[in-house]
Design a protein around this ligand. Structure first.
Ligand SMILES: *Cc1c(COP(=O)(O)O)cnc(C)c1O
Length: 478
């Protein structure tokens, strides 16, 4: 695409916005400048394409379109129907799914749609069937109180938080923890890997209605064929939340036993992490759950965002191109190079490496908490986030881990040599940072000591590393 088309598009948009509220135009410009100069290793972030970004700023954002394609609660939705149908078609083709629901506003919302679809299918519908069999045709005679209790008594088995699971898999700070009685499976303390025999044992004991796989901080592949067998052995619905690694599934890096779509009853995802689309969510399923999933709005979701569905369609179309498979493979190659670079310099990694897009450094090896490491790296121009490690001695707030991921830097074009250089920068900062003390002289989990001159030096080196890989090279706002 000629350079001036993207530059003109964004410059003109900013001029129009700036004519109304210049401070917002300035904040948008500043965000691009900040993104261009930060070494972003946040495993859940990426850089969406200009086409994806532009698909969100237009007239589709004005539409109300509750319901689904062809069955709206509002008139005049023909163009939204086109957009939603195209996004769903791209999703089905890309992932080989029978059904795709592209309305969820985020990953959390996609999970809520899936949880309700499962409860409706497995608990509510059979209860109403039983009521009908008792010739209770008047639904007001259904014992709703008992039904609600039955719904709330259901069990969910998911990955524990400190092993890399997600809050929405039945944990207290999320509504899923109040909808379900949750138990979790962890990882083997010696290897850090999922122990499928232990998962099977937990399933036999706990008899969950739903078995959930998927993670935010587990650096390895999961065998979804085995997980499905475990679910089948106890009659559980098998759900996979591929929010983090959807791009690796789309790019055919995770195939066979490691592709969740052929094995799970229902798959949820975000669209903005490794998949590189707009912020949003999506649900994939077979025909059995399709009707319940399509009730997402208004059952648990507010009205769909047609402009974001348009951006999802654009990003999914991009992910269907052959170069996306190349991108997905480079994400994993880069993560492995980063892991090797860190290991060679003496870092301790959870599971000893990675076979996906993320690496989890156990920073207790440097005598630091995750919080100290995160801040010291940030001072040095390296953006990461702290994360718990299995059986974390510092708890979920301070933590003992740093999670780093390669989807964003890979989009910028950084490769194996730059990953080694990045490992060097990270190791330099962490090995030169020491834990600080509180006012009374006791060890602090938050304070740290790092020579500001070293932080500055690393920060400059990070900028130099990025200089050869301009972000949005065709966008010139000057
Ligand atoms: C990121 C993530 C989510 C939540 O996505 P949001 O878009 O932030 O709501 C859900 N599940 C998993 C596994 C995730 O990694």
């Amino acid at each position: 695409m000629p350079r001036n088309v993207e530059s003109t598009a964004f410059s003109s948009a900013l001029e129009v916005i700036g004519g109304v509220e210049p401070r917002i135009a300035d904040a948008i410009r500043a965000e691009l400048a900040d993104q261009r100069q930060s070494l972003k290793l946040i495993a859940s972030e990426n850089y969406a394409s200009p086409a994806t970004l532009l698909a969100m700023g237009n007239w589709l954002s004005d539409k109300y379109a509750e319901g689904t394609v062809g069955r709206r609660f509002y008139a005049g939705c023909q163009n939204v129907d086109t957009v939603e149908a195209l996004a769903a078609e791209h999703a089905r083709e890309l992932f080989g799914a029978a059904h795709a629901y592209v309305q969820p506003h985020s990953g959390i919302d996609a999970n809520l749609v899936a949880f309700w679809a499962i409860l409706a299918d497995r608990v509510e519908a059979p209860a109403l069937q039983r009521a009908k069999a008792r010739h209770v045709n008047d639904l007001t005679e259904v014992d709703w109180f008992a039904l609600r209790r039955e719904l709330g008594d259901q069990r969910m088995l998911g990955m524990s938080l400190d092993a890399g699971g997600h809050l929405t898999h039945g944990f207290r700070p999320n509504i899923s923890g109040k909808m379900f009685d949750q138990r979790s499976y962890g990882t083997d303390p010696a290897t850090g890997l999922v122990d499928y025999d232990k998962v099977a044992e937990a399933a036999r004991e706990f008899r969950p209605l739903v078995l959930v796989a998927g993670y935010s901080a587990y650096p390895r592949k999961v065998n979804f064929r085995i997980m499905r067998e475990i679910a089948d052995s106890v009659g559980a619905t098998f759900m996979v939340d591929m929010a983090h690694f959807a791009g690796l599934v789309a790019g055919k890096v995770f195939t066979g036993d490691f592709d969740p779509v052929p094995h799970a009853h229902i798959v949820t995802t975000t669209t903005h992490k490794s998949l590189r689309g707009p912020r949003g969510g999506m649900v994939l399923c077979g025909p059995e759950l399709a009707d319940q999933v399509d009730r997402g709005c208004p059952m648990v979701l507010g009205g769909p965002l047609p402009h974001v569905m348009a951006a999802k369609a654009v990003a999914l179309a991009e992910a269907r191109r052959p170069d996306f498979a190349d991108y997905a493979q480079r994400i994993v190659d880069n993560a492995q190079a980063l892991a090797e670079g860190l290991l060679r310099r003496g870092a301790k990694l959870v599971t000893g490496g990675t076979d996906n897009h993320l690496v989890l450094i156990d920073v207790t090896g440097y005598g630091l908490t995750g919080r100290q490491a995160e801040q010291a790296l940030l001072d040095s121009g390296i953006v990461t986030n702290r994360n718990a490690v299995p059986q974390d001695p510092n708890g979920a707030w301070y933590t003992s881990g740093i999670r780093i991921g390669t989807p964003a830097l890979t989009t910028r074009g950084l490769g194996l040599a730059e990953m080694d250089a990045t490992a060097e920068l990270i190791h330099t900062v962490l090995s030169q940072t020491t834990a600080g003390t509180g006012p009374d002289g006791t060890a602090s989990k938050a304070k740290y000591v790092l020579d500001p001159a070293l932080a500055d030096k690393v920060s400059r080196q990070a900028t130099e590393l990025l200089a050869g890989f301009p972000l949005y090279p065709n966008v010139d706002l000057t």
